[in-house]
Design a protein around this ligand. Structure first.
Ligand code: SDX
Length: 438
C-alpha cells in the first residue's frame, strides 16, 4: 500500500468550474479493493467540503483487519476467508488473528486461551451494578451501563497511551463480555449468577454461565457449543460498520476503552444494525404464515411504509452475505441436534427468502439475506430469549471493536474524528429583545 501516487496517472484532477480552481488529488491503492482519492487537502486547496451522508463513498481510515468485497460476497479477516476460519478455527483463534494480525502457533494459542480464561471473572463489586436495573430492562441497556462502568474499576488499564494497558484492557473486555452477557440474562431471569469456569472453552463457558444453576450439574451440549462458537466467529468483525465507526470515533478523542466499547454497544443496538436479529424474529412472528408473505413484501417496497424486510439488505453486500450462508447451515445443524422438526419460523424464513430473491424489487436493488436473517432462529432454538440476541452480537463484536480501537490508536495518521457539514439553517441575523418579536 503506498501513500503517494505510484505514477502521474494515479491522481484525480478536480476542477471547480465556478471558481476555475483545480487540484490534483492523489489516488492511494490498498492491498486489494478500490483505490481511494486522498481529499485531505481539499478544503485548504479548494475551500470545499465533500458531502456524503451515511459515508456511502467515504473511507474513514486505513485498516489491515477486515476486507469486504460486497459485489462478490467476500469477507476476509487478515486475508483469510471467513468460510475457512469458521470451518477450521474457533472463536479465540479468530480473536487472536483479528487482534494481532496472524494465526497463533500452538504456544501462542495456549497462552492466549489461558490469559483470556483468567480474566473472565468480573470484580465482585460489579455484580451490584446489575441490581440497579429493573429485571425487565432491555439487556443492551444493562450492557451499556455495566461495560461503561467497568472504567470505574479497571483503572490500571485505561491509559490509552500505554501499549501494555491497552492490551490488558483488550483481554479484559474479550474475556469478561461473556460473563456480562450471561449475568445480564441471569439477572432478568431472577436466577443467581453462575461464575465462569476455566476448564471450559469460550463458547461452552458462556453457555454454562447462561443455563447452569447451582442446583444441579449442567452439561453443555458440544454441538450447540460448536454452533455458538461458529456464530461468534461470524459476528467478530466487519470493517467500518456503524458500531465499529462509533468505537473509533469515541476512541479518537482519547476516551478509555470501556467507554468506547459501551458506545459501540449503544450503536449496535439499533434495528438497522445489530438490533436486526431481534427484529427479524419479531417480523417473522408478525408475518405468521406463508400466505401473508406477499402482503409484507408489498409493505417492504412501499416508500410510505416504514416496514423493511429485517435481515435483508446491506450497505456493502450487493450479493449474498457469506455469513448468512454459514448461519443457514448452522441453523439446520442446531435444529437437527435439538430434534426440532419443521420449525415453522425457519420454514417461513426460507420461504420468505425464496420469494424475495425472485422478486424484481429485491433483485434490482441487490437485496440479499444478511448475517441477522437466520441468527435469531438459532438463538431461539437454543433457549435464548429474543431480547438477548443483540447482546450476543455485541459479545462477539467486542473482538472487532477492540482490534479496530487498537489499530486506530497506533495509526500515525489518526486524528480526532470531526466531520464537517453543509449548513442549511437560518442566515446570520441579530438578537431581538422579547418586546420586539412578533
Ligand atoms: C448489520 O455495516 C455492516 O457491516 C453491518 C453488519 C455488521 O456485521 O456489522 O453487517 C451487521 O447491521 C447487517 C444489517 C442488519 N439490518 C437489517 O437487516 C435491517 C434491514 N436492512 C435495511 O435497513 C438496509 O438494508 C440497511 C440498513 C442494512 C442498509 O441500508 P442502506 O445501505 O442505507 O440501503 P438503502 O437504504 O440505500 O437501500 C437501497 C434501496 C432503497 O430503496 P430505493 O430508495 O432505492 O427505492 O433498497 C431498499 C431501500 O428502501 N432497501 C430495502 C431494504 N434494505 C434496503 N427495502 C426493503 N427491505 C429492506 N431490508
Amino acid at each position: 500500500m503506498t501513500d503517494s501516487p505510484s505514477s502521474p496517472k494515479d491522481t484525480v484532477t478536480l476542477t471547480n468550474n465556478s471558481s476555475g480552481k483545480s487540484v490534483e488529488l492523489p489516488l492511494i491503492a490498498g492491498t486489494v479493493g478500490p483505490k481511494v482519492m486522498d481529499i485531505r487537502s481539499l478544503y485548504s486547496d479548494m475551500d470545499l467540503f465533500t458531502y456524503d451522508p451515511g459515508y456511502t463513498s467515504t473511507g474513514s481510515c486505513k485498516s489491515a483487519i477486515t476486507y469486504i468485497d460486497g459485489d462478490e460476497g467476500v469477507l476476509l479477516h487478515r486475508g483469510y476467508p471467513i468460510e475457512e476460519i469458521a470451518e477450521h478455527g474457533d472463536f479465540l483463534e479468530a480473536a487472536f488473528l483479528i487482534l494481532k494480525g496472524e494465526l497463533p502457533n500452538d504456544a501462542q494459542m495456549t497462552k492466549f486461551v489461558t490469559d483470556i480464561s483468567r480474566h473472565s471473572m468480573l470484580n465482585e463489586q460489579i455484580s451490584f451494578f446489575f441490581r440497579g436495573f429493573r429485571r425487565d430492562s432491555h439487556p443492551m441497556a444493562v450492557m451499556c451501563g455495566v461495560v461503561g462502568a467497568m472504567a470505574a474499576f479497571y483503572h490500571d488499564s485505561i491509559n490509552i497511551n500505554d501499549p501494555h494497558q491497552r492490551m490488558v484492557a483488550s483481554y479484559r473486555l474479550i474475556a469478561k463480555m461473556p460473563t456480562v452477557v450471561a449475568w445480564t440474562y441471569k439477572y432478568a431471569m431472577g436466577q443467581p449468577f453462575i461464575y465462569p469456569r476455566n476448564d471450559l472453552d469460550y463458547a461452552s463457558n458462556f453457555l454454562h454461565m447462561m443455563f447452569a444453576t447451582p442446583c444441579e450439574p449442567y452439561k453443555v451440549n458440544p454441538t450447540l457449543a460448536r454452533a455458538m462458537d461458529r456464530i461468534l466467529i461470524l459476528h467478530a468483525d466487519h470493517e467500518q460498520n456503524a458500531s465499529t465507526s462509533t468505537v473509533r470515533l469515541a476512541g479518537s478523542s482519547g476516551a478509555n476503552p470501556f467507554a468506547c466499547i459501551a458506545a459501540g454497544i449503544a450503536s449496535l443496538w439499533g434495528p438497522a444494525h445489530g438490533g436486526a436479529n431481534e427484529a427479524v424474529l419479531a417480523m417473522l412472528h408478525e408475518i405468521g404464515s406463508k400466505e401473508r408473505i406477499p402482503e409484507f413484501l408489498k409493505r417492504a417496497k412501499d416508500k410510505n411504509d416504514p416496514f423493511r424486510l429485517m435481515g435483508f439488505g446491506h450497505r456493502v453486500y450487493k450479493n449474498y452475505d457469506p455469513r448468512a450462508k454459514i448461519m443457514q447451515r448452522t441453523c439446520h445443524e442446531v435444529l437437527d441436534e435439538l430434534g426440532i422438526k419443521d420449525e415453522p419460523l425457519l420454514e417461513l424464513a426460507m420461504e420468505l427468502e425464496r420469494i424475495a430473491l425472485s422478486d424484481e424489487y429485491f433483485i434490482e436493488r441487490k437485496l440479499f439475506p444478511n448475517v441477522d436473517f437466520y441468527s435469531g432462529i438459532i438463538f431461539r432454538a437454543m433457549g435464548i430469549p429474543t431480547q438477548m440476541f443483540t447482546s450476543l452480537f455485541a459479545l462477539a463484536r467486542t473482538v472487532g471493536w477492540i482490534a479496530q480501537w487498537n489499530e486506530m490508536l497506533t495509526d500515525p495518521e489518526q486524528k480526532i474524528g470531526r466531520p464537517r457539514q453543509l449548513y442549511v439553517g437560518a442566515p446570520p441575523r441579530h438578537y431581538l429583545p422579547l418586546h420586539q418579536r412578533g
